[in-house]
Ligand binder design. Structure first.
Ligand code: 48N
Length: 328
């Protein structure tokens, strides 16, 4: 029987509350045709010239903004560690629901997105199991749906999903992405657990310790270069299950003996893995929520392989947990 015709679903892009009205220099689109970008002077390339500039103007523009952001986000409401598909989905959900929150997104790579630029083994199409298609619709990412009998939808290129999600996250005025920046430790506070949690002291996470990623990778062969810090009542850690810094917060909780040991990610089982990651996204220790594939390292969940629905819905759940648990 011929498969149901593939229907391309073109979602309506929802205006984001609080998204900056981006100043655009794009040519106005009139009656469907994009006018040629008029670069002035009658548009003759022979006489084309940029306005004169002094290099220090560029330097001051970049550094002033960056250091103003460092100052502003030194006290954040939420820090999200890792801008892969889960971290970006958490940032999008949080920023959209709570435009009043200051959200710092820390990404070790120069390029955010983690493992979500390809669908799997260098294949470009990205599979998302339903109901994660609802997230795609909200985001405004077109996808192919082979009808009700199909358990998943397909985005024609993973980069279309990741670049759209990244651009939506960066368009929120209350989100600051610090990329090429690694979280290399956690800020912690001891607290008296009292009777409810069994006598003694527990650890509450109260922020992150950061450094340029290139510095973090070379502490062993350079004199110590001290880090920077960001205080925040809530940390959402989504640092993935592998890679140079993978499962960072989970491993750090073990090394500081805040949790006994890692469960260690188990073999691939798409069905059990995706349900487990979404359902178990939660606060691991006070102040720290773990989601995405980093959570598989904590709980010993299976891996799911080349399907991304659990990543986005784990991010959505992490955002809801942050709002609910910490009443921020
Ligand atoms: O994409 P990842 O690695 O992690 P998730 O959980 O967002 O998505 C996982 C997903 O890509 C899969 O692995 C798929 C579903 N496959 C599953 C399977 O079975 O194989 O993104 C983590 C991000 C990366 O961009 C890292 O660079 C970053 O986190 N990161 C950090 N950023 C700052 N500080 C750190 N210490 C750090 N560690 C990792």
């Amino acid at each position: 029987m011929a498969p149901a015709a593939t229907q391309v679903v073109q979602p309506v892009i929802l205006p984001h509350k609080g998204a900056a009205a981006a100043a655009t220099t794009e040519a106005p689109i009139e009656d469907g045709a994009v006018k040629r970008v008029d670069v002035g002077k009658g548009h003759s390339w022979e006489s084309f010239a940029f306005q004169p500039i002094r290099e220090s103007q560029v330097s001051r523009t970049m550094t002033r903004r960056y250091f103003a952001d460092l100052d502003k986000y030194a006290e954040s409401d939420v820090v999200i560690v890792g801008a892969g598909s889960c971290g970006l989905s958490a940032a999008y959900s949080l920023a959209k629901q709570r435009p009043d929150l200051k959200i710092a997104l820390i990404e070790a790579g120069v390029a955010p997105g983690g493992g979500a630029w390809l669908g799997g083994q260098l294949f470009s199409a990205m599979v998302m199991r339903k109901p994660a298609d609802k997230f795609l619709t909200d985001l405004g990412v077109p996808f192919e749906d082979e009808g009700e009998s199909s358990p998943f939808v397909v985005v024609k290129h993973a980069a279309l999903f990741t670049s759209t999600l990244l651009s939506r996250v960066l368009s929120f005025p209350n989100v600051k992405l610090f990329n090429a920046t690694a979280v290399e430790d956690l800020i912690t506070r001891r607290y008296d657990q009292g009777e409810a949690e069994g006598e003694g002291f527990g650890i509450r996470v109260a922020g992150v310790v950061t450094n340029w990623t290139l510095v973090s990778m070379h502490h062993d062969d350079q004199s110590c270069m001290d880090p920077n810090t960001i205080n925040a009542p809530v940390i959402i850690s989504t640092t993935g299950h592998d890679g140079p810094f993978g499962a960072f917060s989970a491993k750090r909780l073990v090394s500081m003996q805040a949790i006994e040991r890692l469960g260690g990610m188990r073999g691939l089982d798409m069905n059990s893995a995706e349900d487990a990651i979404v359902k178990r996204t939660r606060e691991i220790v006070p102040g720290l929520i773990i989601g995405g594939m980093e959570l598989s390292e904590v709980d010993g969940a299976n891996r799911m392989g080349p399907t991304f629905g659990a990543m986005v819905l784990s991010g959505v759940k992490a955002a809801e947990e942050a709002i609910a648990v910490y009443d921020i």
